[in-house]
Design a protein around this ligand. Structure first.
Ligand code: COA
Length: 260
């Protein structure tokens, strides 16, 4: 399957998905959001893939935001629909994916770009990266989950300041804020993501999918995270992965998870 705005490849159980509109700094238009949804859905269903790395093409940007040219003339109704549809198709979809998604932030991650990185399960940035939610500078607010996920990651006060000032922060500052886990050179960005991805891929995919669910539940107002954790913890006991993981530990050997 080939896509117009997205590239992907699979190596050693890690899929790399690259947003590919470098001339527009990988800005997210309707087509890119739809294609990302499709490619990530396919990868989720592919039993050969255990981890997904999401990045942007070119040296300048991860994603410089939602494509401003597409929504500049939208009505209230159309604006609301844009946010709802995008959240459902891409942002909530990635956050709730059963496989880990790492954002490899390789340059500007602004507006919808930072929101996309924040919807991923964690983030690693190159040292040239700049991050921010500049929407209020355009007279809108973040509409792809930014008002919720930024305070979760950096705390309410810092999120307020970032959103209100519309200013960009550096990769180093983002690391100090806890917005990204690691900062590295541009050349080392993907190798570091693959190194961490390969560590993840040694572990039980079923347990990881339950961990994602349980961690996410703690941030949902309607769901009790502790109850979700108890349910997910119990469910692990019925899986082949749990049987293999515990048996291998007791037999002092490396686990070979069946993935079921
Ligand atoms: N939507 C649509 N097009 C975008 C875009 C966006 N969010 N971000 C960048 N582009 C386009 C530019 O319009 C330009 O296209 P053109 O060459 O056809 O004119 C191209 O990408 C390159 O961007 P340019 O602005 O020339 O690069 P720069 O290095 O001078 O500046 C940024 C880089 C990121 C500072 C600047 O592009 C910018 O401010 N982008 C918008 C960021 C934003 O507000 N995002 C939130 C949207 S809600």
């Amino acid at each position: 399957m080939s896509y117009k705005t997205v590239l992907f490849k699979i190596n050693d159980s890690i899929a790399t998905v690259t947003i590919n509109r470098p001339n527009k700094l990988n800005a997210l238009n309707k087509e890119t959001i739809q294609e990302l949804h499709e490619v990530i859905s396919d990868i989720e269903d592919n039993p050969d893939v255990k981890v997904i790395v999401l990045t942007g093409s070119g040296e300048k940007a991860f994603v410089a935001g939602a494509d401003i040219s597409e929504f500049a003339d939208f009505s209230e109704k159309k604006g609301k629909k844009l946010a709802a549809k995008g959240q459902e198709l891409l942002f909530d979809f990635i956050e709730r994916l059963s496989k880990p998604v790492i954002a490899a932030i390789n340059g500007f991650a602004l507006g919808g770009g930072l929101e996309l990185a924040m919807a991923c399960h964690f983030r690693i940035a190159s040292d040239n990266s700049k991050m921010g939610l500049p929407e209020v500078s355009l007279g809108v607010i973040p509409g792809y989950g930014g008002t919720q996920r930024l305070p979760q990651l950096v705390g309410k006060g810092r999120a307020m300041e970032m959103i209100m000032t519309a200013a960009m922060i550096t990769a180093e500052q983002a690391k100090n804020y806890g917005l990204v886990n690691h900062v590295t050179s541009q050349e080392e960005l993907l190798p570091l993501c693959y190194k961490i991805g390969s560590k993840i891929s040694n572990n039980s995919p079923v347990a990881i999918s339950y961990a994602i669910k349980a961690i996410n539940a703690g941030f949902m107002n309607t769901v009790n995270g502790y109850e979700q954790e108890i349910d997910a913890f119990g469910a692990c006991f019925g899986t082949g992965d749990f049987a293999e993981g515990t048996t291998a530990f007791l037999e002092k050997r490396k686990a070979e998870f069946p993935g079921s």
